[in-house]
Ligand binder design. Structure first.
Ligand code: SF4
Length: 349
């Protein structure tokens, strides 16, 4: 019995194919309310407290999003959040009632993701028109007194486009318009974790000299957002430094929590929410194996990735998969996950 289980079902997938997506760009499904009920019923006997979500990629993507929200609340013991400060841009520009509905849930601030200007953002979001939709969503949010938080993913390919984001903040008076609704405007840049789709871009991950190219306005907002005093503290250390710190590290780790979060994909494969839902994290098929077997595997660290972390000293994985000469920047935790995922890929049968 777990203190709490949070289970998220990928009922519809996502309209986007973001190149940084840590969840991976897998095909979309089309599941129904009864599937969510079945997933909740499967996990219920094993949790003192159960929380259920109908998505883990795009929130509110299905037309019955309101009914699904009600169902999530019925199936969950307790909602500790009103709604993540995430929204569907796709829906926001197609459904007049959507943002007013978000407002009724108590949302005061929402996060939107840019990669630079129009072409860069469309390319990186994976569909034409995405940038225009994000801009239209900003206006709709502000009209409904919901403040903006802009997230910008950075790599060597979009560094020179960051100035466009700084210009957008100024030309659209985003700070002033948020202040007018009594809320602070927020923005931040970061390189994201190095898993899912973003792992495919490891070669263009920022290196220390790239940080000087981040426009001052974005630096100021980023430091405020993370409560840091330097960009180095936000972007982490070079792989070179992390490699030499960890190459002799003989520790192993158990990746098991008393309050796990599980992702269930459209085919009912279950993954711990630790990194990308990749095959080497898979705990089994909920319909074939049942929650009992899956939770046993989780607790015993039996997915190939959990097993590797439990059995193989970290330094051995770093020596096998790291690059001692790379100056790419990582936070330490992201680097360990990147090394673990790479190790699982290269040792997969
Ligand atoms: S990052 Fe979010 S919006 Fe982009 S593809 Fe992944 S789930 Fe969809």
């Amino acid at each position: 019995m777990f203190d709490k289980i949070f289970v998220c079902l990928d009922m519809a997938g996502c309209p986007n194919r973001c190149r940084h997506c840590w969840l991976g760009c897998t095909p979309n499904g089309r599941l129904h309310a009864d599937d969510l009920r079945a997933v909740a019923a499967a996990f219920r006997p094993y949790a003192r407290q159960l929380e259920v979500a109908s998505w883990y990629r795009e929130p509110d993507y299905l037309p019955e999003y309101r009914a699904l929200w009600d169902l999530e609340n019925q199936l969950s013991d307790r909602r500790t959040v009103t709604h993540w400060e995430l929204l569907s841009v796709w829906r926001a520009v197609r459904d007049e009632a959507y943002i007013p509905w978000l407002k009724t849930l108590g949302i005061r601030s929402a996060q939107l993701t840019l990669f630079g200007g129009e072409q860069m953002t469309d390319d990186y979001t994976g569909r034409p028109g995405a940038y225009a939709e994000i801009l239209a969503t900003m206006d709709r949010l502000l009209k409904n007194a919901i403040a903006l938080r802009i997230q910008v993913f950075v790599n060597k390919e979009n560094l020179t486009d960051l100035e466009v984001v700084a210009d957008l903040i100024q030309s659209h008076r985003l700070e002033e318009r948020c202040a007018a609704i009594g809320m602070p405007f927020a923005a931040f840049v970061h390189q994201g974790s190095c898993d899912g789709e973003n792992a495919k871009r490891v070669a263009i991950r920022p290196t220390p000299e790239d940080l000087a190219q981040i426009p001052p306005l974005l630096v100021e907002h980023t430091l405020r957002h993370f409560g840091q005093t330097s960009l180095e503290a936000v972007f982490g250390q070079t792989e070179q430094t992390l490699f030499s710190e960890l190459e002799a590290d003989g520790t192993t780790a158990s990746l098991v929590s008393e309050q796990p979060v599980f992702f269930v994909d459209k085919d009912f494969k279950v993954y711990p929410n630790r990194s990308a839902p990749a095959p080497y994290w898979c705990l089994g098929d909920l319909r074939e194996d049942g929650a009992d077997k899956i939770l046993n595997r989780y607790q015993n660290g039996a997915s190939p990735a959990q097993q590797a972390r439990k059995d193989v000293p970290l330094g051995a994985m770093v020596r096998a998969c790291g690059d001692p000469s790379s100056r790419r920047l990582f936070s330490k935790d992201d680097y360990i996950d990147y090394i673990l995922n790479t190790y699982c890929e290269v040792t997969a049968p």
